[in-house]
Design a protein around this ligand. Structure first.
Ligand code: NZQ
Ligand code: ZN
Length: 388
């Protein structure tokens, strides 16, 4: 049921092959000092760095480089970024990269002027921001997280073996994001498919929740169908513009807060995946794919009618004279086959998880309450064991 809600998404998006030109329209809105945050060097190899630098220079900006943002950004890197931002009186953080760089930029934006330890305040205590926030803009190069149009900022603390996401409010969303599908062509296939499954899982985390038949469910079924169709094309032909642009646009809509409206939302696969990530530093989308089938098979009986609808509306399973359980199972089997077709990680052992880690991972998994079944830590342990 659609209850009471407010909706606002303040991020301005520029989409398409020519979208980087719009950086010229955005930059004059901010002061002179720009912190250019990026990852381990892919943007230097594929030429995006040079293009962005040229525009920054043409707009008279003083650029402070902040490279080496790793996949699954860490607290150590966060503190480093805060130092650069504060010492140089940064007016805009320009994140050029994937979800890791965008998330990190948002984390720096709220942490640079935070008087306390930002990890404790935002991640352990989940407090709101009450200090100056530096504006963030994004040039997206990897598709999946939706970070380009949301307030999410996931940070990993290796000492504490915790990977936690804070979902900040609209004041922390990127001010603008530039989405050029061509920039994603150079992604290794493994990253592309990890991103595809991240998108799928963002949708299923929201779809499989609540007592529902609301507009969000129909929107999500459309997004899933587009994603499945386009992913198969992109797998064979990574430079198919239409497929890559559909995947990029689907990623944004999967997690820019729209389809969450009216839904209680689950997020248990993400919670288990993040706990696996904290122990292994594995690629985000792969941590999700590796635990998903065990999780969905576990909760299917508690949300049977929705799993039946998923099978019929998303995977075109014909009901014929089958039982609801048979239809639901067939739908999940279709999803599993598609995941294997993409070449996703289907177990956590391949991500580096060993038997002795299972208990720690299960215990540190944060339990959410929006899904069809509120799990116990013992059930998380069983799901992890079934994912080995
Ligand atoms: O570091 P570089 O050299 O740039 O290489 C990156 C990185 O190794 C590479 N890459 C990115 N664009 C490329 C490219 N390589 C070639 N060509 C390009 N065009 O891809 C690798 C992965 O990048 P990363 O940013 O880590 O991937 P992703 O976008 O999946 O981000 C993952 C992070 O986002 C968090 C995850 O937990 C993880 O920390 N999430 C953020 C969310 C949010 N903000 O709402 C929600 C998600 O569920 C997720 O938790
Ligand atoms: Zn995700």
């Amino acid at each position: 049921m659609l209850g009471n809600f407010s909706y606002c998404n303040p991020t301005k998006l520029y989409f398409g092959e020519d979208s980087l030109n719009f950086l010229n329209e955005e930059l004059p809105k901010y002061g002179k000092n720009v912190m250019l945050s990026y990852g381990g060097g892919s943007i230097k190899k594929n030429g995006i760095y040079d293009k962005v630098m040229e525009i920054l220079k043409a707009n008279g900006k003083t650029v402070f480089e902040d490279s080496g943002v790793m996949p699954n950004p860490t607290t150590t890197k966060l503190y480093e970024g805060c130092k650069i931002a504060k010492e140089n009186d940064i007016d805009l953080i320009l994140a050029v990269g994937g979800g890791s760089v965008c998330d990190y930029a948002k984390a720096v934006s709220v942490s640079a002027y935070c008087d306390e330890n930002p990890w404790d305040k935002y991640y352990l205590r989940m407090e709101d921001v009450d200090n100056k926030i530096i504006p963030v803009g994004c040039v997206l190069t990897m598709v999946g997280t939706g970070s380009e149009m949301n307030g999410g900022a996931v940070i990993t603390n290796h000492e504490q073996k915790l990977k936690i996401g804070h979902v900040f409010g609209e004041n922390v969303f990127p001010k603008f994001s530039i989405l050029n599908p061509v920039f994603t062509y150079t992604l290794p296939q493994r990253q592309m498919v990890a991103g595809v499954y991240d998108i799928m899982n963002h949708i299923t985390e929201q779809y499989f929740s609540g007592e529902d038949d609301n507009t969000s469910d129909y929107l999500m079924e459309g997004l899933m169908k587009s994603l499945i169709y386009s992913s198969r094309i992109a797998l064979v032909n990574p430079t198919d513009y239409e497929a890559r642009s559909n995947i990029m646009w689907t990623a944004t809509w999967a997690l820019n807060t729209l389809v969450a409206k009216g839904k209680s939302t689950d997020w248990m696969v993400h919670m288990i995946g993040q706990a696996v990530g904290a122990y292994t530093d594995a690629t985000h989308g792969m941590t999700l794919s590796a635990v998903s089938m065990a999780y969905y098979r576990h909760i299917c009986p508690y949300g049977l009618s929705k799993f039946k609808r998923f099978a019929m509306n998303v995977w075109n399973v014909a009901p014929n004279s089958k039982t609801d359980e048979q239809i639901a199972t067939e739908g999940l089997n279709c999803m599993e086959n598609w995941m294997k077709e993409l070449g996703l990680a289907m177990n956590i052992r391949n991500l580096g998880v060993t038997e002795d880690m299972l208990e720690g991972i299960a215990k540190s998994t944060f339990i959410m309450e929006g899904g069809y079944k509120v799990l116990t830590h013992d059930e998380v342990f069983e799901i992890l064991r079934a994912s080995m």
